[in-house]
Ligand binder design. Structure first.
Ligand code: ADP
Ligand code: MG
Length: 727
């Protein structure tokens, strides 16, 4: 019996039921391990508390002596909760989170104490040399440091106090995903607040909101471990599809299997303690695929919470003998996973700017932000596409289960009618009658038509869903900071332009405020028509149509990433103070390199499995067949073929598959060698994409055919049916 696979399967038969304790009321434990306002009030002096609040709301600097008070309060709070260590918690450009724990414990002349000073809270110097930096650190010969981000509260996980921080080089270049995000959030706050003041002077701040939906697979730990491809690449590189997959649509929204539900209950309790407001859980389309979604939050916090969640999910899964697969396409032939990013803008006065209101003016406010967002996406569709590029998301985009690689905006038929009507608003000042008509028949009607009446189009990458936009093309492994940086930056830029144009009309053409807005919005509607698409995003017809419209269709990562370093992008980031050219180029270098390494690793793993697992197994089985044929010959002499012809056909088929696999592996290795010799990162990535990756499919094809031929008892790799239907 082929060892690892059957051992693993056997292990799954004896899985114990894991005890899960849940509080009767989640609200009782929500945020218990977070240094939130309540904890701060208890552990900080009034002045320190005010200083942190000031830093959160106004971005003001925290005085060093105040920092000492804050750190002491934070430490006392953490120790009271059983923490022994602290860490600066950050998001380097690997896409995951990083932490290095230090004990509070310190020795003194006469013994030891627990200490945590202001300096340790505010700034640390992790050895940054092993994090991706795209050459920034070499260029500047600077070390990196982490700096406290007070807008995301500290929390305790396990026995460690985690302090969310940014990670930058000594010369100030961002080495993480959070820094540009914070800068983009600041830009959109400034830009959106200025525009929101047209409608309500009392608005002082606009916070973008984010509600992500995390999809994932839960696979039994032993089964996952038995597969080298899942271990090393996070996905299956081969494996014949299971006879039953998702054809019956019997998993989606079905009753959640008990073992998975126990895991979710446990996970959600951890989330509650950490202040992650998880709300929704359900089965997804594919077998053993699930989704989890929180209540939306302010974007910086929501991004941190998603990163933290992914880490917590893996840890809790281990306790339940599961492995979580975050990969966008862990299994061929069934749905992959995404991470919809629901996005909107909230004012300091508690108004959702993408939600229609009860008065014509409020609806004009809604239309202003709505149309500006569409215009921004129209101008920067290619950059938005690049923000979600990555080797693993390439499998999903355009695979008829996820949006295509073409970015378009879906708004539904009702709002399409509204925009069509606004497009006809006449040039220049509007007469009182025109305005009454507009307000009564167009603008005033919006809330009615949207009430429970928003269309749904699951094939659109960027859809308006009633009171928010939903960016659906984001991959399940993504750090939301990347798409959120781009989205908030482009809308910020757009709103600034809008403000300038409206102000100019008011000043130069003596227009009334609302006349000016209608005039500018009309032009925006005309300008951004090409990005609006209400049809089937999966169809081939759309690809053709999109090409006609001049929309980009960058199907692979190396090509999609180019837009990140275009003149237009660099100008955008520089104008807004989000990233310098050096930072932008460093990121591009890191991403193309990461892409090439991804494909390189997958190629190596596939080569190893195919040559060292599949071929030897096929030969073993072929030998059994040969023995059988030989035996039949011994018994039946020259008539043996009557009984052995099928076996002989199998022997030949196996040889043919082996030959193809071996030949393709050799060619794939040659292609890798050729790619590795190339100095230029982008060119190397393109070669990996165009010349190495295509072998994955052909090698897999023959391996999967062999899986169908070879004796199940001999097959060493845990099969799809076992991975997907073990619950
Ligand atoms: P679905 O898209 O699955 O139909 P919903 O429309 O109910 O589900 O919402 C999905 C997600 O949208 C949730 O995570 C929710 O928190 C988020 N969401 C709702 N309103 C907003 C908003 N104003 N800003 C950001 N996210 C939001
Ligand atoms: Mg959704």
């Amino acid at each position: 019996m082929s060892t690892l696979r059957f051992h693993a399967i056997k292990e799954t038969f004896n899985r114990p039921v894991i005890d899960v304790e849940e509080p009767a009321r989640r609200s009782d434990i929500f945020g218990k391990n977070v240094f939130n306002d309540a904890a701060m009030r208890q552990y900080l002096t009034k002045d320190s508390f005010k200083s942190v609040q000031d830093a959160i709301v106004n971005g003001s600097k925290i005085d060093r002596s105040v920092a000492d008070h804050i750190s002491t309060g934070m430490k006392e709070w953490a120790i009271s909760k059983g923490a022994t260590h602290y860490t600066h918690w950050f998001q380097p450009l690997t896409g995951t989170t990083a932490e290095k724990h230090d004990a509070f414990f310190e020795t003194t002349e006469d013994g030891a104490i627990e200490k945590f000073g202001g300096g340790q809270l505010v700034q640390q110097e992790p050895d940054a040399s092993s994090f991706p930096n795209g050459g920034i650190r070499n260029t500047f010969e600077a070390r990196g440091y982490t700096a406290w981000d007070p807008t995301s509260p500290a929390f305790i996980y396990g026995t460690t106090l985690c302090i969310p921080t940014v990670f930058v080089s000594y010369t100030g270049e961002a080495l993480d995903n959070k820094t540009p995000l914070l800068r983009a959030l600041q830009s959109i706050d400034t830009a959106a607040t200025a525009v929101a003041k047209y409608f309500d002077k009392s608005v002082t701040k606009v916070n973008p909101t984010l509600g992500w939906e995390q999809e994932y697979f839960l696979i039994d730990k032993a089964l996952a471990k038995s597969r080298p491809d899942i271990n090393l690449a996070g996905r299956t590189l081969l494996g014949h599809s299971s006879a039953k997959g998702q054809q019956l649509d019997d998993h989606y929204f079905g009753s959640i299997p008990k073992r998975a539900l126990d895991y979710m209950r446990d996970l959600e309790t951890e989330c509650m303690l950490l202040g992650i407001p998880v709300k929704t859980r359900h089965n997804e389309v594919a077998p053993n695929q699930f989704e989890l979604a929180p209540i939306f939050e302010e974007t910086n916090l929501a991004v941190d919470h998603n990163s933290l969640l992914m880490d917590v999910m893996s840890k809790v899964a281990d306790r339940h003998n599961f492995k979580v697969l975050f990969h966008e396409k862990p299994f061929a032939g069934i749905n992959g996973s995404g991470k919809h990013n629901n996005w909107s803008l909230a004012t300091s006065t508690g108004v959702n700017l993408l939600s229609p209101g009860t008065t014509p003016m409020k609806n004009l406010q809604f239309l202003t932000f709505f149309i500006n967002t569409i215009k921004a996406v129209n101008e920067y569709e290619e950059l938005l596409r690049s923000a979600i590029a990555g080797a693993s998301n390439d499998h999903r985009l355009g695979a008829n289960e996820a949006p295509p690689a073409i970015i378009s905006v879906f708004i539904g038929s009702q709002l399409t009618n509204v925009l069509d009507a606004l497009e006809k608003v006449k040039n220049g000042k509007l007469s009182p009658e025109d305005k009454t008509d507009l307000k009564l028949n167009v603008v005033g009607k919006i809330p009615e038509i949207l009430l429970d009446n928003t269309d749904r189009n699951r094939t659109s990458p960027f859809a308006f869903t009633g009171n928010k936009f939903e960016f659906r093309a984001v991959g399940s492994t993504a750090n939301c900071a990347k798409p959120m940086t781009v989205l908030n930056a482009i809308v910020a830029k757009q709103l600034m332009e809008f403000k300038t144009q409206v102000d100019a009309l008011i000043k130069d053409k003596k227009m009334k405020k609302d006349d000016a807005m209608f005039n500018v919005l009309r032009e925006y509607i005309k300008d951004s028509k090409r990005i609006r698409f209400e049809g089937d995003g999966y169809g081939e017809a759309w690809e053709k149509e999109a090409k006609k419209r001049g929309l980009s269709n960058n199907k692979t990562t190396p090509i999609a990433l180019r837009e990140q370093v275009s003149k237009k992008t660099i100008k955008l980031y520089e104008d807004l103070g989000i990233m310098s050219k050096v930072e932008v180029e460093a990121r591009h270098e890191i991403e193309v390199e990461e892409y090439a390494m991804h494909i390189q690793i997958e190629g190596r793993v596939l080569g190893d499995i195919a040559r060292n697992h599949v071929i030897p197994t096929a030969i073993k089985y072929q030998n059994i067949l040969i023995e059988n044929v030989q035996g039949l010959k011994d018994i039946y002499g020259k008539d043996f073929k009557k009984f052995a012809s099928e076996q002989m056909r199998l022997i030949e088929a196996i040889s043919a598959h082996i030959e193809n696999i071996n030949k393709d592996i050799t060619s794939m290795i040659d292609a890798r060698k050729k790619a590795n010799k190339i100095e230029d990162g982008e060119k190397r990535a393109i070669l990996y994409c165009d010349e190495v990756k295509p072998f994955f499919e052909t090698i897999r094809y023959h391996c999967d055919k062999l899986e169908l031929l070879v004796d199940d008892e001999l097959w060493p790799l845990t099969k799809y049916r076992e991975l997907l239907f073990t619950r």
